[in-house]
Design a protein. Structure first.
Length: 167
């Protein structure tokens, strides 16, 4: 029988939800998002990418692969990829070089996906985060839909396939 007061466990769980929601809103605001009350974001924080030629080369990366595309885009941003390896290895290799990483998406960050699931079972996948909201993130990528195919997808957040982000 309840005496009308909330249990400590229920209060703690409610507090945790409030803290997590506030953290997401603050991160989105810090990334340049326009916050509109508790309802979310009026416009996602974003990154505008100029068009590229489908034949643009990036030394050391095979044309049309996800690694080629992300290395090209980061070089255009003045943040060149200075590590090697298959896509799934990028997070560890970037960390080994002292590059900052995150467990949360930020515009301009490289998202590194684990091998398997919807991604290549041997090589994994990488993409460039171009926008975020409290419940999703949008990536620009190559070779998700086919070699050399560049596309943009919005993905629900949190995403269990993400290994991490290179900032």
């Amino acid at each position: 029988m309840s005496d009308g007061s909330a249990s400590p466990l229920r209060v703690a769980a409610g507090t945790l939800v409030v803290v997590v929601v506030l953290a997401v809103v603050l991160i989105a605001a810090a990334a340049g998002a326009v916050v509109e009350g508790v309802a979310g974001i009026a416009e996602p924080a974003g990154l505008t990418l100029p068009p590229i030629s489908s034949q643009t080369e990036v030394t050391g990366w095979p044309w049309g692969q996800c690694t080629w595309y992300v290395a090209l885009r980061r070089a255009e941003m003045g943040e060149p990829v200075t590590w090697g390896g298959d896509a799934w290895q990028w997070l560890a290799h970037a960390e080994a070089q002292g590059k900052p990483t995150s467990s949360l998406p930020l515009p301009g960050a490289i998202v590194v996906y684990r091998r398997g699931g919807p991604y290549d079972p041997l090589d994994g996948h990488v993409a460039l985060v171009v926008a975020i909201t409290p419940t999703s993130y949008t990536v620009s990528e190559a070779n998700y839909s086919g070699l050399g195919v560049i596309d943009t997808r919005s993905i629900a957040w949190p995403d269990p396939h993400v290994a991490g982000f290179i900032v």
